[in-house]
Design a binder for this molecule. Structure first.
Ligand SMILES: C[S@@+](CC[C@H](N)C(=O)[O-])C[C@H]1O[C@@H](n2cnc3c(N)ncnc32)[C@H](O)[C@@H]1O
Length: 422
């Protein structure tokens, strides 16, 4: 099919959730453009023309916003990883705050303002984890909205140690087209875990690999799709955050911004009163990152988590942090409704993936007579807003909204919403 390319000039009105600039074309059609800023005059090429909107690529910025800066990364706009590198950090935070408030206003009819923004002390080199794609020739990230691999030598938002490993891996991958992805995670205690996602089993000379790997390697595991085929080494690392130690196994989740994990814990802790009569439930608890610090302030904590590996870590972490008023359960949150009644929780914490909470879970949560407060941590404002709407219908009021920047140089937002029962 022939694609008609149309060149035109537009003025960007605002940045919308998702990080793109919005403008109106002469015929009134809405146009979305990446890598721009409000009030910029831009020459664009329309590459997707739909009935109600179009998408375009910026070809030339004719009038620049004063917050535009030169991106750090040489792959910027080619690699699909970052989309805010052309924006000063201060202005990135402002745009995210506005996008979060606008999403809550549009979907949940909330006029709330973000009360506190917690910037990342490191705007670069903050990621402790990356997932590289390999196509038999190129090792890197996907292009934006594509499955084409962009070959990279390094990534400026990723930990410098992990960056050193990229070139080593490129040499190792020669003649190993069956490897499709490599996941690297480096802990604050300077130990790494590596995953190979492969189409076929292969033997690794682990001692030799470890000896030559540029960072201290704890384990390597080989997976075919989601099935773990083989593990070499010690399949966990330790994280030290504030006064806490967390064991994180190769299949468990841990927060990705190494500079923000301590702040993240503190911001949630601040919302929990010190009260030895309180019972707190932490749904989507991971390895106990939030539950363990919270247990020191209250009578009892219970954590719910889908991952067997994370639950095992959480139980272990309670022991090594000398916490005995806590229990962790391997349950799918969706099915945890009836289970919650056995605890009579006063406070519930939710930190779900982008999909948010199920209607079924929210319905059960709203039946809990004891529940006074909900602390909802979200990495995806549209589902946060959708779920807040349901919680409000059930008698809760959104009292406070905070934003902790976990993902500098990208449009991604992490929000902490506090709701109280009226
Ligand atoms: C965003 S992480 C938050 C973890 C934890 N709060 C932390 O800060 O480390 C989400 C967690 O939810 C878990 N999870 C995903 N889907 C789930 C589900 N349906 N039921 C229970 N847990 C789930 C994941 O395994 C992951 O550990």
């Amino acid at each position: 099919m022939e694609i008609k390319i149309i060149m035109t000039k537009i003025i960007i009105q605002k940045i919308v959730f998702g990080g793109k600039g919005l403008s109106k074309l002469e015929d009134g059609k809405t146009c979305f453009v990446p890598y721009v800023l409000p009030n910029e005059e831009v020459e664009i090429e329309i590459n997707k023309d739909k009935k109600n909107f179009c998408e375009a690529t910026p070809k030339k910025i004719l009038k620049l916003n004063k917050y535009r800066i030169a991106p750090t990364c040489k792959y910027y706009t080619i690699c699909g990883g970052c989309d805010f590198q052309h924006i000063s950090y201060e202005y990135q935070l402002k745009l995210k705050k506005e996008a979060l408030e606008e999403t809550l206003n549009r979907i949940a009819k909330e006029n709330i303002q973000v009360e506190k923004i917690i910037p990342s002390s490191g705007e670069l080199f903050y990621r402790n984890k990356i997932q590289l794609k390999y196509n038999g020739e190129k090792l890197g990230f996907f292009k934006a909205e594509s499955n084409e691999v962009v070959d990279i030598e390094s990534c400026p938002i990723t930990d410098e140690g992990i960056n050193k490993a990229i070139n080593f891996l490129k040499k190792f991958l020669k003649n190993k087209n069956f490897i499709k992805e490599i996941h690297i995670y480096k802990s604050s205690t300077e130990k790494a875990l590596l995953k190979f996602i492969t189409d076929e089993y292969f033997e690794l000379n682990f001692e030799d690999f470890k000896e030559n790997f540029p960072i201290n390697l704890s384990a390597v595991a080989i997976y075919k799709k989601h099935k773990k085929l083989k593990t070499y080494g010690t399949p966990f690392v330790f994280e030290k955050v504030n006064q806490y130690t967390f064991r994180v196994s190769i299949d468990s989740f841990f927060q990705v911004n190494k500079y923000q994990i301590g702040n993240f814990i503190n911001e949630v802790l601040e919302e929990i009163p010190e009260d030895k009569s309180l019972i707190v439930g932490d749904l989507f608890c991971g390895v106990g990152t939030l539950s363990i610090p919270i247990a020191k302030k209250v009578k009892k904590v219970f954590g719910i988590e889908i991952s067997k590996s994370a639950v095992k870590d959480a139980k272990y972490n309670a022991r090594i942090n000398s916490i005995d008023n806590i229990n962790f359960y391997e349950i799918i949150a969706d099915k945890a409704g009836d289970f919650l009644f056995g605890f009579n929780p006063d406070i519930l914490i939710f930190d779900p993936p982008r999909t948010g909470l199920s209607k079924k879970l929210i319905k059960k949560v709203l039946e809990l007579k004891s529940l006074r407060k909900v602390i909802y941590v979200s990495c995806y404002p549209p589902t946060l807003a959708r779920d807040i709407t349901l919680l409000k219908e059930g008698g809760f009021k959104l009292e406070k909204l905070k934003m902790i920047d976990m993902f500098p140089q990208t449009h991604h937002i992490e929000a902490i919403a506090v709701l109280n029962k009226l």
